[in-house]
Design a protein around this ligand. Sequence first.
Ligand code: PLP
Length: 391
Amino acid sequence: MTPPSSTALPFLPFARPDIGEAEITAVTEALRSGWVTTGPMAKKFETAFTNYLGGGLHSVAVNSATAGLHLALEALGIGPGDEVIAPTLTFTATVEVVRYLGADAVLVDVDPVTLNMDPAGVRAAISPRTKAIMPVHYGGLACDMDAILAIAHEHGLKVVEDAAHALPTTWRGALVGQLASDVTVFSFYANKTITTGEGGMAVTRDETLAQRMRVMRLHGMNRDAFDRFTSKTPAWYYEVVAPGFKYNMTDVAAAMGVVQLARLPQFVQRRETLAQRYHAALATLPLVLPATAPAGDQHAWHLYVVRLTSEARIGRDDLIQGLADRGIGTSVHYVPLHRHPYWRDRYGLTPGQFPTADAAYLAMVSLPLFTAMSDADQDRVIAALHALLGG
Ligand SMILES: *Cc1c(COP(=O)(O)O)cnc(C)c1O
């Protein structure tokens, strides 16, 4: 084994945004245009996003997916006394927004193969207070949306998809964003499949929900700044119709988003190739490899999460350390919510209530997967895994 040394290869991060000259030019132009806050670029990005998903939708650009999830639940009227069902194996943002509104999150376990929210768990978690379900397409693989939408329909529940990992993901041939849920929210955080630095998009078919989210993303004002400076009604006049938020996306961010979205088809291809290379190269190791999409469907491959089997000769923490010693960054998605003090203590949660998510957490590592990584970068990860886990 080669000991780590200062002459080792450069550190390979777990993720890195793929920003090219086109993004830099677009951002520079936005800066030179004199309009840096929400304006023509944000509108252009929203239109391009709707077109990408196939039309017939309203896209509402916001400054984070967290903001979009908050706006979605607010527009749906979620409030104190309500319950919202979500998986425990997610980022805290999925459910912190439930608490912003004074409602409560009810966490459920995940499926052992897909690591997506288990529909049977959702069904079991429904109470008279339940108002909504928040599926998370873990890693970029679609949840069983037929089952979730059927449960929602049966019980009169709203569905807000946390699609932070799911651009582009399909379920039975339809892109996530086009499904029959109420609102779908995408993230453009730095490590997501496209990035605006920080940003998000809330997508809905419902004009009334879209209108509410547009008003609430900007202080509850019924006119945004761009409209005020371009329309014939006096620029100074607006009306506040609710105590809204400050969640609008800047034109600087949107300029980046327009370029990133145009590059998405190439990004997906590269992610797909990298995922297939991992599958082929890691098949003989004591690892559970991530589930692939059903035939004909697209996995966004935001994450490539492997789980050590009980045959592995080292544990998860040692695997992470071994990779770090070889200059390879990894991550863990996620420390499940039931293990975080806030969620654990508020709801009195124990690992025993979430056996699948908990076992997955203890065995999992997210391997480097980003479009700008080379085959040689990936071969380093593969070789390191074979050195640490191979026979
Ligand atoms: C990244 C992420 C979010 C939050 O996205 P932001 O744009 O950073 O607010 C929410 N949910 C999941 C599952 C995420 O991975």
